[in-house]
Design a protein around this ligand. Structure first.
Ligand code: SF4
Length: 447
């Protein structure tokens, strides 16, 4: 929890010497608490106070990175309980668990499918983030070989699942430079696993069956010098996970309880009786409050809805996803092709563009800057009106691309026709479909 101005003031020298540029220490404290001043501006602050203020300004949930390079996964560093309070910053990573008992060829093929899976939605490419390899064989060499096979096929981050330190050590000889997450330190093995995490600069998951035991284990692991920790509170059922994960988030954010201020790992498949239940559990964990989600099944029918849910929850609610305004070419349009207009809200754009492309009919799509709002919302807010449409026609030099003067407005704003006729003299204003799904039929009937 951030310190208040008065909390900060208690740590300052209280001499009001003004050397920080503020008239009093209290004024400086207020600026500091609002992050409008830098601590270094006060030359008289004690080392002890500096340390206390630095600790207080650390994020309440530590940012933990798994993997390296472009496909690394960063989780944690969240600051709010509810998305609408601000936003959620670091989306949970989806990892798919594969056992080291799988034949090498099958393992390689499964890793390849997971790595190559990508789907585009509203202009954003969504992927599954990584692979979790489990030492189901109990054999260190088999585990190490499986990890080697996975690494030969993917550059995605890895989670190494093994309880035996010897197996983890063997796998780390192959994957030590890939910054994997080690799962999991328990009351039995934490000393050895923490030593390996330190040696390989890896992150480590800590597992206990209640929050008290979890905090104690975290304290022990932290004391070895390992900082990048992920929490497993041990619960697997839907209700228990919701309660435990919410308690963890509240303790970190509301009580500033540092020992539990880390991202959380979940295993929705372990509490599920079917693939559907696993997917429901994973969806719950996306919303509240997992950092890493280990799936036991991978198929597009599971991945797509989960990735879509994650994308929706981890966008800034105050900043709609938008595309750039402009004139877009669909299916290689010619000068006599129809001209349709809509707004730059991503969902609107991709719905309309998808239907136009799917129709196979060439068309021009004029995208007006509506500040990322959909057609009706932007019309109601005065962001999508006749003046703006006419301005866009000129701004993007539409007359130089077409040899007609017909423009199709969305059916939802048919009422703009009259005003647009005034703004675009000599143009024929046509009213298109209300729903994007009806665009192909409309284009086929175009004349
Ligand atoms: Fe107070 Fe430090 Fe500013 Fe002087 S420089 S007024 S001691 S905060």
């Amino acid at each position: 929890m951030a310190l208040s101005g008065l909390d900060v003031y208690k740590l300052l020298p209280k001499t009001n010497c003004k050397e920080c540029g503020q008239p009093t220490c209290l004024a400086f404290a207020m600026k500091l608490a609002q992050k409008q001043a830098d601590l270094s501006a006060c030359p008289h602050i004690s080392e002890q106070s500096k340390a206390a203020l630095a600790a207080a300004s650390a994020p309440p949930i530590r940012l933990v990175t798994v993997g390296t390079g472009d496909r690394k996964v960063e989780v944690g560093n969240e600051t709010v309980l509810f998305r609408h309070d601000k936003t959620f910053f670091h989306k949970p990573g989806f990892f798919v668990r594969l056992k080291d008992t799988l034949p090498a060829a099958e393992l390689e093929s499964a890793v390849g499918k997971i790595k190559d899976y990508a789907i585009e939605r509203v202009g954003i490419t969504m992927r599954v983030d990584g692979i979790a390899i489990e030492n189901a064989s109990g054999d260190a060499a088999v585990f190490a070989n499986a990890v080697g096979t996975a690494l030969s096929r993917t550059d995605q981050p890895l989670v190494l699942i093994a309880s035996a330190p010897a197996a983890m050590a063997a796998a780390l000889e192959k994957a030590g430079s890939a910054a994997p997450l080690l799962y999991a330190a328990t009351a039995e093995n934490w000393k050895d696993l923490a030593a390996l995490a330190k040696q390989y600069k890896a992150s480590i998951a800590v597992r206990a069956d209640n929050l008290q035991a979890l905090a104690e284990l975290v304290e022990q692991v932290k004391a070895t010098g390992v900082e990048d920790i992920v929490l497993d509170p041990g619960v697997r059922d839907l209700h228990g996970s919701l309660v435990a994960l919410t308690q963890l988030r509240r303790l970190a954010l509301k009580s500033n309880f540092r020992l539990l201020g880390y991202p959380i790992i979940t295993f929705p498949g372990e509490g599920a009786g079917s693939v559907q239940e696993e997917t429901i559990g994973a969806a719950e964990h996306v919303a509240k409050y997992a950092g890493i989600i280990i799936l036991d099944h991978f198929e597009p029918a599971i991945a797509y809805p989960l990735l879509t849910l994650r994308q929706n929850i981890y966008t800034d609610p105050q900043k709609p996803i938008q595309v750039s305004p402009g004139i877009y070419e669909m299916n290689a349009p010619k000068p006599d092709s129809p001209l349709l207009v809509t707004t730059n809200f991503s969902l609107t754009y991709f719905s309309v563009a998808g239907e136009v492309e799917g129709s196979g009919k060439p068309a021009w799509l004029l995208i007006v800057d509506s500040e990322g709002m959909s057609v009706l919302t932007s019309w109601a807010a005065g962001k999508f009106d006749a003046e703006k449409i006419a301005k866009s026609v000129k701004q993007f030099d539409v007359p130089s691309k077409i040899n007609h003067k017909k423009i199709v407005i969305p059916g939802l704003v048919a009422g703009l026709s009259g005003e647009l006729e005034e703004e675009l003299p000599g143009w024929e204003i046509r009213v298109g479909p209300r729903e994007a799904i009806d665009i192909p039929a409309y284009l086929k009937a175009w004349s």
